[in-house]
Design a protein around this ligand. Structure first.
Ligand SMILES: Nc1nc2c(ncn2[C@@H]2O[C@H](COP(=O)(O)OP(=O)(O)OP(=O)(O)O)[C@@H](O)[C@H]2O)c(=O)[nH]1
Ligand SMILES: [Mg+2]
Length: 510
């Protein structure tokens, strides 16, 4: 007999069923333009979901703006060792400053979020040189770890020289004043002696000759990290340490009293964006049952509840398919336990989360693919409403997409069209990745009503030009999931083969 379930959304605070009048679900299935003031309604939803996301803790962040700068170089020293004759200043003996630390980037397999990344990544300053030819210590490097799937883009960068020129212009200085400020930035002088202005000119020449004043232009940074990085990638080099006073000795001139300051590298503003890499991405309106499907396929404890926006952060699970077509996670009805969920969440934050042991049933694994559960998509998510871009960002990379539609909804066909329109609005061509429509909650509708709704959905797909399979399931009760697994295995297999062929061709052309 078909199990019957009455749907009652739960209150997000007290977890008790909400009275049907204020069912949250109703709003999310409504036509996008059916509210009198749609702008206000969408803003309200966005504020609500943002607040909910913040409440849930900040352990998941998928977009971050970071300031990056290599450490400044230490200054060279202006020092003298007493001359054997004990006359004059003595012999110049100032050591060079140490180089500033550089900033590098690498990947870590243990990360799934950008939450741990500091917003300012500044290499350590090199230490200053000292008398008796003691050179300064090199500043420590900063190595930042990011998850695979991160895209790093340079937003703007300003070379230190450009920043100074702007500052000078703003102060309205004349040529001589500008020169003096420049010298002040470049040189240190011996504390006990007065430097005469004539010494600066030749010293500036020395700096130029040593390559200190050369303007370097580098291409803007763009890293699309799709594979683990073995050798850390350089983001910003530490500034060169300054020269000690022996470098400024001029022939037939008194001993040099000037030493140069270390260089300060320019500041970069980088945007870090995390795009999860999963073979299959689940796309559906809030409450359609995406997380339940992930749990049914992977046995993974994704958060499931009867209210919209339960899932605030995308998560990835692995579907392991065995030779007889069975898969891990197939063990029947999915349990919803608040305590277990809380415990797992706490463990994940501490980095101690251990997925439940895998039951292989003595069978060999035939194939495996990854699947990502995503937050619910709203009409106009492409304009960054709801969880908007943060959600679309993480499905962009999937090899295949699966629409999850609630068959219990009166308008599954319109819901499906909303999903496709949003994908296309975000990135034209993205909807072509769709391989299947999973019509979930099949247990909730009568056979006649169900058939009629499936027919309407199929008409929509036909209007797109077909090529997308329709599967009716009840994820909660594990019905129809075998076909979903088979369809996904086939389609992911095809896409992988195609990718391998394209890659082989590219290698051949090179
Ligand atoms: N009757 C029935 N209920 C289901 C089925 N699948 C999911 N549900 C219920 O629908 C509700 C929403 O399920 P979720 O898996 O949290 O839905 P979701 O799409 O992940 O929702 P968001 O994360 O909020 O976008 C839960 O109460 C589930 O128990 C199903 O096949 N049949
Ligand atoms: Mg969910």
């Amino acid at each position: 007999m078909r199990p019957t379930v009455t749907f009652r959304p739960l209150c997000s605070q007290c977890r008790l069923p909400l009275p049907p009048v204020i069912s949250l679900r109703r709003g999310y299935h409504a036509e996008p333009d059916s509210f009198p003031d749609m702008e206000a309604e969408l803003l309200r939803r966005k504020r609500k979901t943002d607040a909910k996301r913040r409440q849930g803790g900040s352990e998941f962040i998928d977009h971050l703006i970071v300031t990056v700068r290599g450490g400044k170089g230490g200054s060279g020293a202006s020092a003298f060792t007493a001359h054997p004759s004990k006359r004059g200043l003595g012999i110049p003996s100032g050591g060079n400053g140490g180089q500033g630390g550089s900033v590098y980037l690498k990947t870590s397999p243990h990360l799934t979020s950008l939450a741990r990344i500091s917003k300012r990544l500044i290499g350590e300053q090199g230490s200053h040189g000292a008398g008796q030819m003691k050179h300064g210590r090199r500043g420590a490097d900063v190595i930042v770890s990011v998850p695979v799937g991160t895209v790093v883009r340079e937003m703007n960068s300003e070379a230190a020289t450009v920043a100074w020129a702007k500052e000078d212009a703003a102060l309205g200085l004349d040529a001589q004043q500008r020169r003096e400020r420049r010298w002040d930035r470049w040189f240190v002088s011996h504390p006990n002696t007065e430097v005469i202005a004539d010494e600066y000119g030749p010293a500036e020449e020395t700096l130029r000759r040593e390559g200190f004043l050369r303007r370097t232009t580098v291409d803007p940074i763009y890293l699309d990290i799709t594979k683990p990085i073995v050798e850390p990638v350089l983001l910003s080099t530490g500034g060169r340490g300054g020269l000690g006073n022996p470098h400024f000795q001029q022939p037939e001139s008194p001993p040099p009293r000037l030493a140069s300051k270390g260089l300060s590298p320019g500041t970069l503003t980088l945007s870090f964006e995390l795009k999860l890499l999963a073979d299959v991405g689940l796309v559906g309106l809030p409450n359609a049952g995406k997380s339940t499907i992930l749990r049914a396929l992977t046995g993974r404890g994704a958060e499931v509840a009867g209210y919209a926006f339960t899932t605030l952060n995308p998560q990835v699970g692995v579907v392991r398919v065995f030779e007889d077509g069975s898969w891990r996670g197939e063990e029947g009805v999915v349990e919803e336990s608040e305590t277990r969920r809380e415990r797992e969440k706490a463990d994940r934050v501490k980095g101690e989360y251990m997925p439940p042991p895998v039951k292989t049933r003595g069978q060999a694994e035939a194939t495996r693919f990854t699947i990502s559960d995503n937050p619910g998509l709203l009409a106009r998510a492409s304009e960054n409403y709801g969880l908007g871009h943060s959600f679309l960002r993480s499905i962009e990379r999937s090899l295949a997409l699966v629409y999850v539609v609630d068959l219990g909804s009166d308008t599954p066909d319109t819901d499906l069209q909303v999903l496709r329109d949003e994908l296309e609005a975000y990135k034209p061509g993205l909807a072509d990745k769709a391989v299947a429509v999973v019509l979930n909650k099949g247990d909730e509708v009568d056979e006649e009503v169900g058939k009629e709704r499936v027919k309407r959905v199929k008409e929509v797909i036909k209007a797109w030009g077909g090529g997308v399979e329709t599967v009716v399931v009840s994820a909660k009760f594990g019905l129809g999931m075998k076909r979903v697994v088979r369809v996904l295995c086939d389609r992911v297999g095809e896409v992988r083969k195609e990718l391998a062929r394209v890659e082989a061709e590219e290698v051949h052309e090179e």
